[in-house]
Structure formats: structure tokens, C-alpha cells
Design a protein around this ligand. Structure first.
Ligand code: ADE
Length: 291
């Protein structure tokens, strides 16, 4: 059961990108449970249809729309068509994103740009358009889902850079849009949140057991534990919180990072030197001592 009061989001409309799978699906489910109408947007029509069939086959409170958030015209159409069907957009959850594992040395510019376009530019386009078409006149709440990128993400540098960009965008928007009645926050799930979607994306099938080792909780997190943080930030209970990033990681970001082992090497020697007074130095350059 959701920890929130039943019906707390009744009469509200939420847009959740990537809302058909993984963490996004958990957010969609909890919003539906709490009375919200939800529009889920993603590139993959099949996944959207499956989610509607599974979560809300009859009552029309869940609507699916195909959209590639990298494309400005598609984002504009998504917001316009949602407003004409649903009449309002109270909440935007920017959860849609994607990446692939690679060391930077092997990353092509095309691969880098694709990840930046989806995770950073896609979030920017969604925020700008929902603000322009609705929230600047009506207020609203935005939650951006980022990642535990605070100490870098080796093998995922592109998404780390993009998510750090969204973290900073969150703060700028919180200040720029406060006077429109818009709050903007971020949620940063650790790599320790288990979902079948996340598991399928990792080549290393032991990644979750490795992640568990590095978390003070000594267990993985659930997608519902991310969703409840999102629902809190959307709710009036968070009405004095804006520009903030809430980590949902079981304390993992505070603990040593065991997922990337650095081999022994001497490639980064220390900078050090020893001061030796010069015998020719007669003190001429030393300023006179004040009396
Ligand atoms: N989820 C992952 N990539 C996406 C994209 N380009 N558009 C919408 N949702 C996405």
C-alpha cells in the first residue's frame, strides 16, 4: 500500500516520461493509486500498451502517448495534445532516459551525443514546453529523476555528465520559475534500485550483488522506495522544498564505491619538493619587518 492518503492527488494530472517500465512504472502506479490521472510518454509503443493493459485497462485514468523526448516538435505536440485531452498538467516527472556502458576511451561522439540528447536535452525540452504551455500561468511541480553521479560514474560517464547537468538545471529552474508557482526538485536513485528493466540493461549480471556490498543498508532498494520520494516532492507536504535533490540510495553514496576496482599503478606520481635556503640569498627581496 502507498504510504500517502488515498485520493491525495484526485483531480490532478501527471505526465511521466518513461512511465511504462522500471522506476517510471512504479511512479505511475502510485500516482494512479492516489487518484491522479497519468499520461505516460515513451518512444516504445509496445511497452506503453502493455502498461495501460496491466495497470488501467478500463477507467481511462491512464493515457499513453508515443514521444521521443529528443525531438522538439514531438515534445511540443505531446504537451499540446495532453492539454487538449486532459485540460491541465499539474505534475511533470522527467524519468525517461537511457545509456549504454562504455569506457570514455571507446565512446563515439554519436553515442555521447545520443545520451546527452536524451537525458539532458530531453529533460530541458519537457520542462520548457510544459512551463510554456501550462505551468507559467497555472503553477505546477516538476521532479527530475537523475542518478547517483555525485562521484562520477565510471563506464557511464556520458550519463553521469548529463544527470549532473539535470541536477544543476533543477536548481536554476527552481529559482527562475518560483514566481510562476512552480517547484522543481530532483530525485537521485542509487544504482542499487532493483528493477527487471534495469537488470536487463546491465551486461554484468552480478552488478546488483556487487552494489549490495557497498550499501549501508546491505540490501537493494525497490522502485516503490523511489516512487514514494517522488510522490512526497509532488505533494503539498513538500510545498517549501524547491531546487533540492533527494538521494534514495540506502546511504550508498556515503560509503566507499566498490563497483569500480582500481588496479595498482604508478602512473600518477606525487608532486613534492623540499625547501632548501639558498646561500646567496642576502634577504634583499624580503620586505622590511614592521616595527
Ligand atoms: N526513454 C528513453 N529514451 C527516450 C526517448 N528518447 N524519448 C522518450 N522516452 C525515452
Amino acid at each position: 500500500m502507498s504510504m500517502f492518503r488515498p485520493g491525495v492527488f484526485k483531480g490532478k494530472v501527471a505526465m511521466v516520461t518513461g512511465g511504462a517500465t522500471g522506476i517510471g512504472k512504479a511512479i505511475t502506479e502510485e500516482l494512479l493509486t492516489l487518484g491522479c490521472k497519468v499520461v505516460i510518454a515513451s518512444r516504445r509503443e509496445e511497452k506503453l500498451k502493455e502498461a495501460v493493459q496491466e495497470l488501467c485497462p478500463n477507467n481511462g485514468r491512464l493515457v499513453a502517448k508515443v514521444c521521443n523526448i529528443r525531438k522538439e516538435d514531438q515534445v511540443k505536440n505531446l504537451i499540446t495534445s495532453t492539454l487538449s485531452e486532459m485540460g491541465r498538467i499539474d505534475y511533470l516527472v522527467n524519468n525517461g532516459g537511457g545509456q549504454f556502458p562504455s569506457p570514455v576511451a571507446n565512446m563515439s561522439l554519436k553515442g555521447w551525443n545520443a545520451v546527452i540528447d536524451t537525458n539532458l536535452t530531453g529533460t530541458f525540452l519537457m520542462c520548457r514546453e510544459v512551463h510554456e504551455q501550462w505551468m507559467k500561468d497555472n503553477g505546477g511541480v516538476i521532479v527530475n529523476i537523475i542518478a547517483d553521479m555525485f562521484r562520477g560514474i565510471p563506464m557511464m560517464a556520458h550519463t553521469g555528465a548529463a544527470r549532473a547537468g539535470v541536477d544543476n538545471l533543477t536548481k536554476s529552474l527552481a529559482v527562475e520559475w518560483a514566481s510562476s508557482g512552480v517547484r522543481v526538485n530532483a530525485v537521485a536513485p542509487g544504482g542499487s534500485i532493483y528493477s527487471p528493466t534495469a537488470a536487463a540493461n546491465y551486461e554484468d549480471k552480478n552488478i546488483f550483488s556487487k552494489a549490495r556490498e557497498g550499501i549501508p543498508t546491505k540490501r537493494l532498494g525497490t522502485t516503490q522506495e523511489v516512487s514514494s520520494a517522488v510522490c512526497f516532492l509532488l505533494s503539498p507536504g513538500a510545498s517549501f522544498i524547491t531546487g533540492e535533490t533527494l538521494k534514495v540510495d540506502g546511504g550508498g553514496s556515503l560509503y566507499s564505491y566498490l563497483m569500480w576496482q582500481i588496479p595498482e599503478h604508478d602512473k600518477l606520481p606525487a608532486y613534492s619538493w623540499t625547501y632548501k635556503p639558498s646561500e646567496e640569498d642576502n634577504g634583499d627581496d624580503v620586505p622590511p619587518k614592521s616595527k
